[in-house]
Design a protein around this ligand. Structure first.
Ligand code: ME8
Length: 660
């Protein structure tokens, strides 16, 4: 019987469904995907899971706001999250939704084990509760803000089941001591140890104040506390009560952000101890990506979205940047400037350039086959040695989650190869047998080096390394390469090379940033016809799928806040790179304004000149695709595709006249 591979089980947090994914969530999921690919290349049987956290008061409120039942709301949101991960090539082996029946069963089973083992009792609790973090704030007084997110806490009194967390102070401290690698990075470990040493209060794990949750069997209206529900998803993903069959539990690593470390390193192991189940081997808490020195969050509206970056620069660029820019475990600032700079310097000029140079030289000199190297000179051997040493070093760094350093090593080998080519100048050699042989050695050496760095970089850069791999004539997918068997010298002479596809075309920085920002703006504020009013420009990040919902009536004073005037179009032109937008200048009587309108697919610019239109003139200016828009042209949205039809007049009206 074939020996079973060693297993490796990786989890991401299950993300809240009351908001939309941003770069922070993407970061954790990318790291999980990198580990998944890496561990497979090291011969492990890997399972990676993610999912959505669908219960709790926040969801209840968001669904109400959207005017739809919670179940429909969370189903739509789960689709949004799943679609993003699929689009980004971050396909988990399991995706848990906490409203799945299998999950409900697992949560109820775990609670039963607590009861059987004597770790729960009924009591009353009054305390300050943060509904955003779904947690009571210990020692807070009414009116105090939540220490984690700064928002006001609410006073909640309820009957609930308590979990005897206090009984686990010593077992937890013993556990941290016995398994020092459990909490990573080290600095976080000390933080948690002092927290636990400070004493643990029993934890209420059911709620009666909440409706949208998993019911406690036979104890309605009790539902389970969302964190108890959410953490259990890690077990659900690999079999729930029948986890032994799948053989994946315990998790080898729970990847999380530092915001939720206490839940994972105190509550979760205590829950598992109470149920007498095996404990996860490690919790790795990375830092935050900050935007303007603040934690990115849906509620603050300072979010960076992954899709626009991927559309502009490719998935590998985003992965590379996130992992290379910030030491895993520390906080880092996200900036488009740094992203594009690294893209051009490390990817376009680094790996991209080495691959295209090598492909072109092999094509030109050896008709697209791997040449047979001749006698080695010391400089060839030095390069070989550097690449060979890099293998061990990179694997060690990946193993320690030192992603930035792993990439640093790979990129220093790339830089050495560039230098080698520049010094050896294979293009300057002639056709004598000696020179041909020298050329063959140089190009074989470069190609072999490229093969090694490609295999090593694959977990981080799956798309581009697959292209280089094909160019190098390799027939098995790069992701199936066994890293433990990777050695210098395995590139077989005579192999036919594949076609080279360009990897990272250089981009102009300002233009790239403008386009990314414009796409992000559009994703946050979809503009079916005319650009949306700027009042909503920065609020959509926290909103869920929109539905018509009950229409609220407004008073005349609200309507009178909108100032609309008759305008006349003076000029109209298309905007490069924005198929839907026209840039107009419009005379509104008192001045001529520049306004962007999302009508380019339906109106020819020249047909608009001289036309009278309705303009909302008191909107705050905003940029669309990098172009300032100062006002909005009013149009009807017609048919399912929302075809814009400009509002106009049946008789001649004076420019600047106000609409009432
Ligand atoms: O906490 N920088 O879900 P969540 C880096 N449902 N990572 C970030 C980040 C940022 N600015 N923002 C978010 C929850 N993250 C619970 C989890 S698990 C049993 C339940 C990442 O949607 C990071 O991994 O708020 C963080 O821990 C997670 O998203 C929080 O996601």
């Amino acid at each position: 019987m074939a020996e079973r591979k060693e297993k490796f089980y990786i989890t991401t947090p299950i993300y809240y469904t009351n908001g939309l994914p941003h770069i922070g969530h993407t970061y954790t999921t990318i790291v999980a995907d990198i580990l998944r690919r890496y561990k497979k290349m090291r011969g492990y049987d890997v399972v990676m899971t993610t999912g959505t956290d669908e219960h709790g008061v926040n969801v209840e409120r968001a669904a109400k706001k959207a005017g739809i039942p919670e179940s429909e709301f969370v189903a739509r949101m789960a689709d949004v999250w799943r679609a993003l991960w699929d689009d980004l090539g971050l396909t988990a082996d399991e995706f848990v939704r906490t409203t799945d029946l299998q999950h409900v069963r697992t949560v109820q089973w775990l609670f039963r084990l607590f009861k059987e083992n004597g770790y729960v009792y009924k009591g009353h609790y009054t305390g300050q509760y943060c509904i955003y973090d779904n947690a009571y704030v210990n020692d807070a007084k009414p009116g105090d803000p939540c220490p984690d997110c700064g928002r006001p806490t609410e006073t909640v009194t309820e009957e609930n089941y308590f979990f005897r967390l206090s009984a686990f102070q010593k077992p937890l401290l013993d556990f941290y001591k016995k398994f020092p690698q459990f909490i990573q990075p080290e600095t976080r470990r000390n933080e948690i140890i002092s927290f636990v040493e400070g004493g643990l209060k029993d934890l209420s794990i059911t709620r009666t104040s909440l409706r949208w949750g998993i019911p406690v069997p036979g104890e309605e209206p009790h539902v389970f506390y969302v964190w108890f529900d959410a953490l259990t998803a890690y077990l659900t993903a690999v079999g729930g009560p029948e986890f032994e069959k799948r053989g994946m539990w315990p998790a080898d690593v729970h990847l999380i952000g530092k915001d939720i470390i206490r839940f994972h390193t105190v509550y979760w192991p205590a829950f598992l101890m109470a149920a007498m189940l095996p404990l996860p081997k490690q919790v790795w808490a990375h830092g935050w990506f900050l935007m303007d020195a603040a934690k990115m969050s849906k509620s603050k509206g300072n979010v960076v979205l992954p899709r626009p970056i991927v559309n502009m620069l490719g998935m590998d660029a985003l992965r590379y940047f996130l992992l290379r820019e910030v030491v895993f475990g520390q906080d880092g600032n996200f900036s488009y400037d740094a992203l594009v700079t690294r893209y051009n310097s490390d990817l376009a000029n680094g790996l991209g350039n080495l691959a295209s140079r090598t492909a072109a030289l092999l094509e030109k000199n050896f008709a697209g086959t791997v040449p047979k190297p001749g006698t080695h000179l010391p400089q060839d051997d030095a390069l070989a040695k550097e690449a060979q040493n890099a293998i061990g070093e990179v694997l060690e760094r990946y193993d320690k989650f030192e992603f930035a350093r792993a990439l640093e090593t790979i990129w220093s080998v790339i830089a050495s190869a560039d230098k080698y080519l520049t010094t050896e100048q294979p293009w300057a050699l002639g056709n004598s047998p000696d020179e041909e042989s020298r050329k063959a050695t140089i190009l074989w050496t470069t190609a072999e080096l490229l093969r090694i760095v490609t295999a090593l970089a694959h977990p981080v850069l799956p798309e581009s390394t697959a292209k280089v791999w094909l160019m190098l004539g390799q027939t098995t997918p790069v992701g199936t390469t066994e890293l433990d068997g990777l050695r210098w010298g395995q590139l077989a002479p005579g192999v036919t090379l594949g076609k080279f596809q360009a990897l990272f075309p250089r981009v102009e920085k300002n233009e790239a940033i403008e386009r990314i920002e414009a796409m992000a703006n559009e994703e946050l504020n979809p503009t079916p016809a005319a650009p949306a009013p700027s009042a909503t420009a920065h609020t959509a990040a926290g909103t869920a799928p929109t539905t018509a919902g009950p229409q609220e009536k407004i008073g005349i004073e609200d309507f009178s806040k909108v100032e609309m005037r008759v305008g006349q179009v003076k000029t109209a032109e298309r905007i490069v790179g924005a198929d839907k937008l026209l840039k107009l200048t419009v005379d509104i009587g008192s001045e001529v304004r520049q306004i962007c309108a999302g009508i380019a697919q339906y109106y020819q610019p020249e047909s608009l000149i001289g036309q009278k239109v309705v303009v909302v003139v008191n909107l705050a200016p905003r940029k669309l695709r990098g172009v300032e828009s100062n006002g909005m042209i009013v149009a009807a949205s017609v048919g399912p595709e929302g075809r814009p039809v400009l509002a106009g007049f049946h008789e001649d009206v004076e420019v600047g006249a106000r609409l009432k």
